[in-house]
Design a protein around this ligand. Structure first.
Ligand SMILES: [Fe+2]
Length: 361
């Protein structure tokens, strides 16, 4: 437990982000052209995403700015915004493939839910968020601040909503430091495990819930994991200890800190933007939105979760959620209930290409 301030660039305030915009990269026309050409040359509607390989896509002049973003999320602010993806020249299927292609160069994609899907279209599918099966990305609701269950989350924006749908990011390292200063007893409590519901999406060999503390350390770095909706849903499950009043207070205090105007960065993603997040040091959220009536205009983003080859080991307490905590392993994700040979082969091939290991191998 570290009840002192942690000083890294990942501990930022809104003023820090506004004063130093190295976390924003904008692709120029040449880079955009290279991406368009790479996707057009490889796109084949008869192939599934799993059929593509890294070598199918030469990202050309876009790769250098992408690597700067990767460094920023790994060792800098923990999030980055890549602007200027070729949205206008591509169909939504091609734009989805572009998202996947960039992912192939970064890490091993991780499944995201019950259907073991590796790339989710984030749009309103009429799902109720605050229920035992609720998942925020399929709803139009305002979401709690949370981390996704993977090292990296990429979100590319194809269409924006008619109104709302603002995207928010807060630094979990800053939130930790603030809580340590203001309420050290509550901060200490969040180093103890909470129980998170798997929202009935668990794989056959997984329990319906898992323990994970909000804070922990590994290799001198602070890690954070939080999702109020899942912690509250787990309370209805047999075998999950009831939250104490002090734990409730700590959870409420954390959420209150995350939304302080000087700590919460809010922005509207624009078509062609890619938001890149390090889930260990940031939390994210979004406001409710009202959508267009025309299906072709409806809010549409593509979400990809990735395990990168060169990130450090996670805290041991992350193991129930991540499967493996070792560096260079294929870890994280929501394995789900459709994890089959095709998916296993994709992961094996992609891990080998990046020099990564699979847990247990
Ligand atoms: Fe999320």
């Amino acid at each position: 437990m570290r009840l002192v301030d942690i000083e890294t660039r990942a501990a930022w305030t809104v003023a820090d982000l506004e004063g130093d915009t190295r976390w924003i990269e904008t692709l120029d026309d040449a880079a955009r052209r290279d991406l368009t050409n790479a996707v057009r040359a490889a796109h084949d509607p008869a192939r599934s995403l799993f059929d593509y390989q890294r070598a199918d896509f030469d990202l050309g002049r876009a790769w250098t700015p992408i690597t700067r973003c990767l460094r920023e999320i790994k060792e800098g602010r923990g999030f980055a915004l890549l602007r200027g993806l070729p949205r206008d020249g591509l169909s939504s299927a091609e734009f989805e493939l572009l998202t996947w292609a960039i992912g192939l160069h970064i890490g091993v994609a991780r499944p995201q839910g019950k259907a073991s899907q590796y790339l989710s279209a984030v749009r309103d599918a009429g799902i109720a968020y605050r229920t035992a099966r609720g998942r925020g990305y399929s709803s139009a609701a305002e979401l709690d601040f949370h981390t996704d269950s993977a090292d990296i989350a990429l979100l590319t924006c194809y269409n924006v909503a008619k109104s709302g749908g603002e995207s928010m990011v807060s630094s979990s390292v800053t939130a930790h430091n603030v809580m340590v200063r203001e309420r050290p007893n509550l901060a200490a409590l969040l180093y103890q495990p909470l129980y998170f519901s798997r929202q009935r999406e668990q794989a056959p060999d997984e329990a319906p819930f898992y323990p994970n503390p909000v804070w922990d350390e590994a290799g001198g770095l602070l890690y954070s994991k939080w999702n109020r909706n899942r912690v509250i849903q787990a309370q209805a499950m047999e075998g999950v200890p009831a939250l104490t009043p002090l734990q409730h207070e700590a959870m409420d205090y954390l959420d209150e800190i995350l939304r302080r105007p000087e700590l919460m960065y809010a922005t509207h993603l624009r078509p062609g933007d890619m938001q890149m997040l390090n889930n260990h040091v940031t939390l994210h959220s979004r406001t409710a939105f009202e959508d267009h009536d025309d299906p072709a205009l409806k809010r549409c983003l593509f979400r990809l979760w990735l395990a990168p080859p060169d990130w450090p080991a996670l805290p041991r307490s992350w193991r129930p959620a991540y499967g493996s905590v070792a560096a260079g392993t294929v870890r994280g994700g929501i394995i789900g209930q459709a994890y089959d040979e095709t998916r296993r082969n994709y992961e094996r091939r992609q891990a080998a290409e990046l020099g990564m290991r699979q847990p247990g191998s």
